[in-house]
Ligand binder design. Structure first.
Ligand code: V1D
Ligand code: CA
Length: 468
């Protein structure tokens, strides 16, 4: 049940759509090196904006656990994770062979060794994994981890500022309960690590919009990369040219996403919201406004499918923070004003202190001609029509997960108040999983009390199957 709007604008969301927002108070303190464009500090700036708009009053804030080696090795090899956990700036010389093998550590390169590198990975990956576990347990159908979204990391290799692929770890967790997961990537770079991981399966549909051409990193993502074997037609790539604006982007984005939802019928969505697709990004070449980027988020929200929102690239810090704070407001269903309230980083938003300033681009004109956009759109939609309708998965025993331990309140389970202070467990209630509670004749659940039992994922899935 949806409650009418309150005095601060927006509409209260039903309990299962109140987002859980994962924030690790330490993740922003890591540093790739002085000249490196990736600045984890942007996560703290974003958080400061989120708090200044009081969006925490409309979400559950949660400090995630650190991912363990065991967690990361659901996707990565043990040899690689072991190496990441051991190498430091002081012992690099002992690892010269591994540094090369795993593409880590050339001094001015993309993926340097830096202090606390492994702990940093544990922290952002812990956020995405916890989000997936909470979605599986039915604590919420909407989760946000702006520190996650590191889409280039491979099973045994670092790439493009990414060492551990939290997205793959989270999707593998969702697949314990979800027959079909759709991954969407709006970072200006191709989501190659996630595509590669699920290239041969129809259980995950990967979709990436990105700049392609002229040696732009990582060099993959042509429209002819469509998946192979069981995964044929389950990888979608939308290669774009420099300077794309909001109008052209949505001309191709909305019909393609609508087509994918219609033909694939995902039961869960994971959206990588890389903010380097904004105009004026230090590394990006697109020309999206914060409103246009947010529209992509709003469009995904409108499908009403369980969804995890993740961060990713983004190198003009003030705009990354604006973008993700604005998107937090969209996800939480709150309208926010354009004047940024006073916050710890206020001077970052000079001179106008606006949430959505006019982003004047230093980028070339929009090189995406109408005919080109029509061509990509039509060929992608044609490919979608070749899909069997909502491929099903054999029922299988669900692999064990932390759910069983979470049945009881864990004193280390931390929830935070708005300043990041642990306010202890007990704010959130687990809802029973359908293996325990599925009852075909049970009426729909009244969600009027915050965080009461919601319609379980199993019930939703079962309804969905019946509707096919
Ligand atoms: F400009 C730099 C300064 C220092 C270190 C690296 C860079 C830099 C800029 N662009 N590195 C790149 C890209 N790398 C190359 C390599 C040169 N080699 C021949 C290849 O062009 C990597 C860009 C990574 C983008 C990461 C991402 O935005 O997609 C992301 N998403 O989630 C997390 C990061
Ligand atoms: Ca992308």
């Amino acid at each position: 049940m949806t409650v009418p709007s309150d005095d601060s604008g927006g509409t209260e969301l039903p309990g299962n759509r109140v987002p859980i927002y994962y924030f690790d108070p330490v993740v922003g303190a890591f540093h790739y090196g002085p000249r490196h464009p990736m600045k984890p500090h942007r996560i703290h700036i974003t958080h400061s904006l989120v708090l200044s708009y009081r969006l925490q009053n409309h979400m559950h804030l949660y400090k995630p656990k650190l991912a363990t080696k065991y967690d990361m090795c659901t996707f990565h090899t043990e040899e690689y994770i072991d190496f990441l956990s051991k190498v430091t700036n002081d012992n690099c010389s002992q690892f010269s062979q591994e540094l090369k093998q795993f593409s880590v550590g050339s001094p001015n390169g993309d993926s340097p060794v830096f202090g606390g590198m492994y702990e940093f990975c544990q922290r952002f990956c812990g956020g995405s994994l916890t989000a997936a576990q909470h979605m599986n347990q039915g604590l919420s159908d909407v989760t946000i981890n702006w520190a996650g979204g590191l889409h280039h990391a491979k099973k045994s290799e670092a790439s493009g500022f990414c060492y551990v692929n939290d997205i793959c770890v989270a999707i593998l967790e969702l697949l314990k309960y979800h027959p079909r997961v759709m991954y969407l990537d709006i970072d200006v770079h191709h989501g190659d690590g996630v595509q590669e991981a699920f290239y041969l399966t129809d259980r995950v549909m990967t979709v990436s919009f990105h700049k392609y051409g002229r040696d732009f990193f990582p060099g993959t993502g042509d429209m002819y990369e469509i998946g192979e074997q069981q995964g044929k037609y389950y990888s979608v790539n939308v290669p774009l040219r420099d300077g794309i604006n909001d109008e052209t982007y949505h001309d191709v984005y909305k019909p393609i996403m609508d087509g994918i939802i219609k033909y694939y019928r995902p039961t869960a969505l994971v959206m990588q919201c890389g903010a380097d697709s904004l105009g004026m990004d230090r590394l990006g070449v697109f020309n999206l406004s914060i409103g246009g980027h947010g529209e992509a988020v709003n469009h995904m929200k409108s499908y009403g499918i369980p969804i995890m929102y993740l961060g990713g690239g983004g190198y003009t810090l003030r705009n990354v923070a604006r973008c993700w704070a604005y998107e937090t407001s969209i996800i939480a269903g709150r309208r926010v004003g354009n004047d940024i309230p006073y916050n710890d980083y206020h001077e970052f938003f000079m001179p106008d202190y606006k949430l959505q300033p006019t982003i004047t681009s230093n980028k070339p004109d929009n090189l995406n001609k109408k005919e080109y956009i029509e061509y990509i759109k039509e060929s992608t939609l044609q490919n979608l029509k070749r899909l069997p309708f909502a491929p099903s998965v054999q029922m299988h025993d669900v692999p064990p997960d932390l759910y069983y331990y979470d049945d009881f309140e864990d004193p280390d389970d931390t929830h935070m108040d708005e300043s990041g202070v642990n306010i202890g467990p007990g704010q959130m209630q687990r809802r029973p999983h359908y293996h325990e509670h599925y009852d075909e004749n049970a009426p729909d659940v009244d969600n009027s009390d915050e965080m009461r039992r919601h319609k379980t994922m199993g019930e939703c899935y079962n309804d969905h199957l019946k509707s096919l």
